[in-house]
Design a protein around this ligand. Structure first.
Ligand code: GAL
Length: 419
């Protein structure tokens, strides 16, 4: 029987069954995400494979675009058209915004049954729960305050230790320039420049300043000489990027470090997934260091799957997806591949390499010491409108359209306008 006739029949049967009040379970999930790079796709395949073992068919809805802006735009169009996906990759305040619309599924039963409250860090629960109900399944904890350094390039310039200050970072970049390397592998896109600036602000002025400026939105911190100094450091970093950086995708910048054409990239630890995909080993082929001046702090973002309110026939498969995401074994296997660390505190670091083990230890320490903070650039500092105001000012400074001196006042104005 032709496929099209068969699908019409299945649709008809499902329709009849629903009218008769008997929902025919559709063991299928439609999942919107932006994991389109090699490392990201490899990680996602772990989840797809686990669900397919449970008889759930995975309908992939990839929307390319780093950090998900394009995916969020497409999602709004889908929901407006009544084409509600089963699950969507989402970050921070976007999750809260959708929960406020009253269109996300209530995962509280699964969350209670599987005791998610006991194992998911409070910083994640703030976004994964809404009005004290679970509404999202956290997949991981990424952090943005890393540098990824090609080991051979590091040896070539005679650097043996991790830089611990901005000045030591600049000295490394100068040596790479002298050695004929591209010092800084950079993707010239607002989200990437802002992701780097999160770390620059902490390295320049400390974590308390970052919290005051970006979490409390204290204008005396935003529009300050200290913020000018941070922007001056950003301008200096921009001078180490190659002329072809404008518009470059983040994973292509990572590839420059993988290949040794560039000394280092400042990027979240999803970059680690690209080194994994290229079968590169930490300590041998590359080094993972905390962004100099941010050691002891973890500037995080967490990928979560938000499940949308769907018809009864789609809920069993949806519940299987939520449960599969928080499964401890999946949490280890997925995050080893992805470059992130588990969203559960009860997953051992046995299968993680030295970078993963460091990421897990850093998260535990930051959680205990109160030095865990949301990444503004990655949607865990402020709602999207304010995040985008931040992107606009940072990218203008990075690309020379605005001076460091003018940036703090412009940032304060843009944030106030976005409130
Ligand atoms: C982040 C996301 C990561 C990775 C990165 C690059 O927002 O949390 O999983 O996808 O974007 O696109």
């Amino acid at each position: 029987m032709q496929k099209s006739l068969m699908s019409k029949l299945i649709g008809g049967v499902a329709g009849l069954a629903m009218m008769s009040g008997v929902a025919v379970a559709q063991d299928k999930v439609d999942v919107v995400h932006w994991w389109t790079s090699g490392g990201e796709a490899a990680a996602l395949n772990v989840l797809k494979g686990n669900l397919e073992k449970e008889g759930v068919t995975w309908n992939d809805v990839p929307i390319a675009g780093g950090a998900g802006a394009q995916a969020m735009t497409a999602l709004r169009a889908m929901v407006t058209a009544g084409n509600v996906p089963t699950a969507v990759q989402m970050l921070g305040f976007d999750i809260t915004d959708w929960a406020e619309q009253g269109v996300v599924a209530d995962l509280n039963e699964i969350g209670a049954e599987e005791k998610w409250d006991d194992v998911v860090p409070a910083a994640l629960q703030k976004f994964a729960k809404y009005e004290d109900k679970w509404i999202a399944a956290p997949v991981n904890v990424h952090s943005v305050n890393w540098i990824w350094v090609n080991k051979a390039a590091m040896d070539k310039i005679g650097v043996t230790e991790a830089p611990t200050t901005m000045d030591e970072l600049f000295a490394m970049l100068d040596k790479a320039k002298e050695a004929g390397l591209i010092p800084l592998a950079q993707g010239g896109q607002p989200w990437q420049e802002a992701t780097m600036f999160d770390s620059v602000v902490i390295a320049t002025n400390g974590l308390d300043f970052y919290k005051k400026a970006f979490i409390d939105l204290d204008e005396s911190a935003i529009n300050s000489p200290e913020m000018t100094k941070a922007f001056e450091n950003l301008v200096k970093l921009a001078s180490y990027a190659d002329p072809a950086m404008s518009g470059r995708e983040w994973n292509l910048a990572t590839a420059m470090v993988v290949k040794g054409d560039a000394l280092l990239q400042v990027m979240g630890d999803w970059a680690k997934g690209e080194f994994n995909a290229a079968e590169k080993k930490p300590g041998t082929d590359f080094m993972c260091f905390r962004f100099p001046g941010t050691q002891g702090n973890v500037v995080f973002n967490s990928d979560m799957f938000v499940l949308f309110e769907v018809g009864e026939e789609r809920r069993p498969a949806q519940a299987k997806l939520a449960s599969a995401v928080l499964d401890p074994a999946f949490q280890s296997t997925f995050n080893v591949v992805k470059g992130s660390v588990p969203a559960r505190t009860d997953v051992p670091d046995t299968d993680f390499d030295e970078c993963g083990k460091k990421g897990m230890a850093d998260l535990k320490e930051a959680n205990e010491k109160g030095t865990l903070v949301g990444s503004l650039a990655q949607g865990y500092g402020q709602p999207t409108a304010i995040k985008n105001a931040y992107y606009d000012v940072v990218t203008n400074v990075f690309h020379g359209q605005m001076t460091a001196a003018d940036a703090p006042a412009a940032l304060a104005e843009a944030i106030n306008a976005a409130k």
